[in-house]
Design a protein around this ligand. Sequence first.
Ligand code: GLA
Length: 355
Amino acid sequence: MPRERSAAFAPGRVNLIGEHTDYNEGLALPFAIAEGVTVHAEARPPSGGEQRVEVFASDLRERDEFPLEDPPREAGWRAFVRGTVAELGRAGFPLIGARLQFGGDVPRGAGLSSSAALEVALCLALLDLGAEPTSGSPLERVERTELARLCARVERDWVGARTGLLDQLASLYGSSDAALCIDFRSLVVERVPLRLGAWKLVVLDSGERHSLASSGYNQRREECARACELLGVRSLRDADREAAWRLPDPLRRRAAHVIGENRRVRAAVAALRAGDLPTIGELLNASHESLRDDYEVSTAAVEAAVSLLREAGAAGARLVGGGFGGSVLGLFAPATKPPAGAREVRPGPGARVLD
Ligand code: GLA
């Protein structure tokens, strides 16, 4: 009997370090968090000969309904759901009409990848629904990188944000007690144990919601592409520091950020392996300075949140995700106390189909 019901969970993520490197074939070191999005799916018989999808967004108490084949475009959260259904269909995955319900505990627009969590959980629930139980879980049938690419097409073609694969890969590969060193050229994902002992990683919401589609995110991507053209390289991964320094401003500073950030990711991996958390703190601070001054993706609200963490004694603090609002991350040594409103985050397991 094909499965009549299915449910899937996908986590949000925190990026320890390696920001705006994914679409530059660089390196990043994210981890999946415990918070995420759960999607429940149930087979829906065709109405009037047409297969349709009904959706209930339980946190927002809003609905949507659309044809399974060629869903028309819509804005807001509906774009993510319609886009995921459409891209799965376009990629040739067999889907059936469904009633979907989703909700979660990653705050939206807070830089913790609520959108990737929604896309990934939708993919898993939709691929599981209607499948023969003997065919195994979608994660056994489909490559995680293929799913991540499909979700990035949803962001680009349905939502208008030309994101990289950071958020989706972090959600799909998440692992308890480990960060994931992702090489965005080879797409090799390596687990790096994140042993914090009595140290704490916390996130603090700047209170400023961000939307990648309407922020300067796409503009930064264009600037990186232009810098590559001028340097004659395929991606900023190949850029040489001295040549980059001769680029016109602001391209010079954009390239400098990416080159420095890749180096900081390598240093962070070495520090984690050596159990050297004070160095991680310094790297977080250096990453933030580079994102603020060279990449220019910080805002007054983000700066205020970073200052709050540093005044409370953080060993390091920086913005996470695309910037232009969202959350900041802080690392606290055992004797220090994070400020009110900061929430502790720990690495957790990746996306999965629920029983
Ligand atoms: C957002 C995007 C990611 C990545 C980060 C910046 O989270 O979705 O692909 O580019 O910004 O590191």
